[in-house]
Design a protein around this ligand. Sequence first.
Ligand code: 0O2
Length: 211
Amino acid sequence: MDKQMVFEWAAMLMSYKFALDEMSTKLTILNEELQFVQDYNPIEHVKTRIKSPESIVEKLKRKGLEVSKENAAAHIRDIAGVRVICSFSTDVYSVYEMIRRQGDVKVLEMKDYIKNPKPNGYQSLHLIIEIPIFLSERIEHVNVEIQIRTIAMDFWASLEHKIYYQFHEDMPESIRDELKETADMIAMLDKRMLGLKDEVQRFGTPQPTLM
Ligand code: 0O2
């Protein structure tokens, strides 16, 4: 890569970093506002990451595309990634609705792997959004992949990701089956935790005690 190319790729990745900053701020605002107004925060935590140039190049090659920043911007929609971890499955959908209602965010794609889990059991709500970033001389519209899931789904996905990278396509059937079974347990656990939350709410909010 010559000096000019390094500069152009760095400038492109900077735009994705700004898009992540914008999204993180939006999510923080929503969570803090809900904490203040409803005394409830649906978001446990948010993680962001920028795909490394090596992974971008590898993905372009895998897709049979020429390695260029134009192709990266046009065909790799998860260069900027946000993972939103919620307490309950209902929170996942309310966070999605809040993102969808933001006037400057355009939802380009939504994949609901919670209603329709992947065959291995993977559950998560995936969005590809487009967000404007306001630079000194222009506005850029940048794609961000948002994965929204519960703590339990995240626990499963993190471990499955590590196991998958150990075996790749050659995962023994016994491990594949065990992972699917544990994914079903995760779905059940989320359902029970939601039931528990509803039951707690039926008891009502305790009156604050005077100290
Ligand atoms: P990484 O390292 O997490 O970024 P795409 O390849 O993105 O163009 P695809 O596969 O249709 O298209 O996208 P999808 O289904 O929305 O999944 C993209 C991302 O979701 C993956 O990114 C993973 O982060 C996550 N994901 C999808 N399926 C699984 C799964 O079965 N298990 C786990 N643990 N995560 C999954 P990357 O680029 O593969 O990896």
